[in-house]
Write a protein that binds this ligand. Sequence first.
Ligand SMILES: Cc1ncc(COP(=O)(O)O)c(C=O)c1O
Length: 468
Amino acid sequence: MDLQHWLRLAVTAVERWQDSFAPFGRHPSLHVSDEAFAGALGAFTGRLRDNYPYFHPSYAGQMLKPPHPAAVAGYLAAMLINPNNHALDGGPATSAMEKETVAQLAAMFGMGTHLGHLTSSGTIANLEALYVARELHPGAGIAYSAEAHYTHARMCHVLGIPGTTVPADSLGRLDVGALDAQLAGGRIGTVVATAGTTGLGAIDPVHEILAVARRHGVRVHVDAAYGGFFTLLAALPGPAGPGPSEPGPAGLDPAPWRAIAECDSVVVDPHKHGLQPYGCGAVLFRDPAVGRFYRHDSPYTYFTSDELHLGEISLECSRAGAAAAALWLTFQLLPPRPDGLGRVLAAGRRAALEWSRLLGESDRVRLYQPPELDIVCYFPVTDPASLAAIDQASARMLAAGMGDPADPVFLSTLSVPAADFARRHPGVAAGGDRARILRSVLMKPESEDWVPRLHARIEALAAGWRPC
Ligand SMILES: Cc1ncc(COP(=O)(O)O)c(C=O)c1O
């Protein structure tokens, strides 16, 4: 796609619409000379060079990549109008787009009736889900796995809810037996299941968590901020509900993904795997009646229509209509279906599986645990084989990879507790409470072709040399 061509068309279309109104003069206070702008822009674009190359497959670090050009064009065109999706008079077109994209997300999870909206982030989306959880079970606690995103403990603190950690199993998934025992205590109102943990990409057994939770009369919220779109590889859309475990087309067990439709709420971040720029999370509730917890009076808004204004079901007030526009335009071209966005995610997952195969054959680098989605964690083989040596060598590899001017590679580290490490690699001597290992999120489909090169670079870094 020729971005410059499409951006020009997008800007022209908005200008044509603006020209349909009576002409007026722009205020002189807003005037800047071309010369001044050229100078400021030059300085600005120069500053932007101080970034890691998130667009390039040599960036194999955190969950970062640029949006799809369709999202850029959609965002830019809408931003020129700058609608606010809080109320229908703030952005009629983009509010309608938001409702349509949220319905597409609900369909992706097989949710029939639902209430949901976009948010500015996964954090805010989870905050809203936990807020509703608190309103439904006042005084009760919220349980989440030791591998859940830190936002859950933090937001429990913000909301004044007692948060409880449930241990994870040897693959980083919530331990259902331990959960059962905790729920028997009767003090938990909601369990958070994570469909794709941030650190390891592990998938909590949502279907088993749901069964246990229902037995105890407890709600289930699914944090699928990172992993949610992988449901496209595991289960076909439709209200299938928890069913027998037939592997999906990509070898992913569909049972946890199908169970999401039966859970009480789910969060997914289009700004992670939905090809969107930052500022696009989403929260969906299965029971539209929870909208009552958002009820508030606003003397300034909601005056143009009796239809639902998105601000009436959101804790945030102003929200970028441009975020909904970007997602809508992207979904027109790459819909959240196995044959649309699913193909993008499948490539990243294949990359992770292939890299894990290569790591399994390496005597310089070892796989921390088999990947389930597109996150690969690994660590250098050291002599002595101790946690402290692995920690130091991982940090050295990270710095050496980024600092190599000729052939840089950008990784990230994951700090793992000594006990978790020992469960997976009992042969490594302890020494310290935690160790840094290396972590790569292969969320760009281009990573698939780059895996042999990434692997060669990582092996070379582990050996302390670089091949010519
Ligand atoms: C599982 C999970 N939940 C929540 C979040 C927080 O999302 P955000 O960074 O959009 O606030 C993340 C971010 O990586 C995540 O992976």
